[in-house]
Design a protein around this ligand. Sequence first.
Ligand code: NAD
Length: 379
Amino acid sequence: MKLNDTYMHQVTLYDPDTGVTAYIVVDRLINGMCGGGCRMSPTVTMGEVGMLARTMTYKFAAMGVKVGGAKSGIVFDPRSPDRRKASAAFGKLSIPYLHSIYVTAEDMGTDAEDVRIIYENAGVDPIEFAKKQAEKLGITLELPEGVEFSNLGGESFEELITGYGVAEAADEATGLVGIALEGATAAVQGFGTVGAITARNLARRGVKVIAVTDIEGSIVSKDGLDVEKMIGARDAAGTVGRNKLDFDFTTGNGDGWLTAGADIIVPAAIANAISEKNIKKVDAKLILEGANIPITPGAQKKLMKKGVPIIPDFIANAGAAAGFGLILTGECKIEEVFGEFSARIRNGVRYCMEVSKKQNITTRQAAIQLAMENLEKLG
Ligand code: NAD
């Protein structure tokens, strides 16, 4: 099976009151539904949103979830004091989508509060919307409220799920490449929803996190950073307050996560973070794509030649999409969801590593094969 070169639907939205421009791309509908987060960035483009929507199609399919891929982007600086107004404007602009086919969530530049504001301004209760969609398919959704995940750290479900999944992927992949996860070193680019919770879950498994890079540069310690203190020192945009940290560290430029000498690196911030320009600095034994499309196609091929395995975004960071998707399509009860999506992520890791080796293709190309095989069955 092959997907069309064009997306099913793409639209530019503009709010004259706030001057906010936004994009929505629907790549594919399955059972009349599509899902994908909402990004906020001053530089986000329709092209980027389209590529991310396609990635969502691959992600749901690779995880065997019956939802199509979509994405949205608000052209706005998430560090602006008017950020919540931009989210409200987007909520109003996206009413036709959020009332009918599209389920959105956090993405880079947006947090749970932005998502709440978006739904409030669109006049949609996302739980009721999900129940109605499920009813159309003859499914009665039972979404128990207030389920505690305190055994996993007590963060909110939305915040916890993706970073937990990246750590599960790391556990599976290190086993396959012959690295002991416990005692390995890691460096992370991005310390927001994905980067920080990945770092926390790696640290809990005995990994020493030696470098973190956020938009202001890098924080490095060869002895290991205190991830919990750094999470406590973050602002809503995922910037770590250096002056709030009371342990020893050095600071550096935006390359610190690449140059610290970590065994495992996790790009968990921007697109194209590793490209032909900086590939020489990559000296890791394993890369987990916490962010979406963080490595250019050219750099992926070079890293493959160099023998550095990459676990692609739509496998490594599929936690939220798979977790929510499995609940919303009635396939899984909320209490079982961590076990179920973890198993699917681990399966994806094994598949892309094995097929990449056998067919001499990149792990991303191998993972697309998995998605296409599943898509054939999902419709
Ligand atoms: P976020 O907004 O919560 O955090 C972004 C982090 O990246 C911040 O620490 C910020 O300082 C840092 N950053 C921004 N620009 C940077 C730059 N130029 N250099 C270095 N660091 C920079 O974002 P997030 O929700 O964690 O999303 C990060 C990536 O993960 C995105 O690609 C997103 O699509 C993907 N993703 C997010 C989720 C989710 O549930 N939030 C799920 C799957 C994938």
